[in-house]
Design a protein around this ligand. Structure first.
Ligand code: 5GP
Length: 194
């Protein structure tokens, strides 16, 4: 496991815009590397194995759980998702910092394992706006959207657990805030060169 000061855990409800914010952050800060999660969910159009996710069968996922390969893993909306230890180690070995995009339960699990990681919660401006974004995104059918929104209620209620909360109302403002939080944590950790 890498020194956990080199890990940024970015969490928040599905549809809040974590992925888009992280993609923009990675462009600004090339030393940050995305830890590619594993999942049993089916790839969406355009998603590539090993890029957006490592797409595993339920059997493969379970075998890797039993082999102790995950730093954290959860069941979310009927599928399994998890962060492979190898993804964290690889990013730290490259002299950079790892960025994780995960849901709230996984972030909680990691607090014990990586207490020095910086955890950032991305919040929607409102619950109705989150619903509207999931509908606009069009990647999930109405039933799956409702399932994600039910989970999101609990996730939004958990935001007070996080030292850093960024409300994604204006994308540019949210990106600036994220940049400031990550930049400050990296500056405090002189072993990572940005
Ligand atoms: P999606 O199916 O929309 O790609 O992801 C569903 C949710 O799972 C999102 O909130 C996403 O951030 C989260 N997620 C993705 N990878 C992981 C992971 O490795 N661990 C955990 N705990 N959650 C993840």
């Amino acid at each position: 496991m890498p020194a956990d000061g080199h890990v940024f855990v970015i969490t928040g409800p599905s549809g809040v815009g974590k992925g888009t914010l992280i993609a923009a952050l990675l462009q600004r800060m090339p030393k940050l590397k995305l830890a590619v999660s594993a999942t049993t969910r089916a790839p969406r159009a355009g998603e590539r194995d090993g890029v957006e996710y490592h797409f595993l069968s339920p059997g493969e996922f379970q075998a890797r759980v039993e082999a102790g390969e995950f730093a954290e893993h959860v069941d979310y909306a009927g599928c399994s998702y998890g962060t492979l230890r190898s993804e964290l180690e690889g990013k730290a070995a490259a002299g950079g910092a790892a960025v994780l995009e995960i849901e709230v339960q996984g972030a909680r699990e990691l607090r014990g394992a990586l207490p020095r990681a910086t955890q950032i919660f991305i919040a929607p401006p409102s619950f109705d706006e989150l619903r509207a974004r999931l509908q606009r995104r069009g990647t999930d059918d109405p039933e799956k959207i409702e399932r994600r929104l039910r989970v999101a209620e609990g996730e939004i209620a958990a935001q007070s657990e996080f030292a850093h909360v960024v409300v994604n109302d204006s994308f540019d403002r949210a990106l600036e805030q994220l940049d400031e939080i990550v930049g400050a944590a990296l500056a405090a950790d002189a072993t990572v060169k940005t």
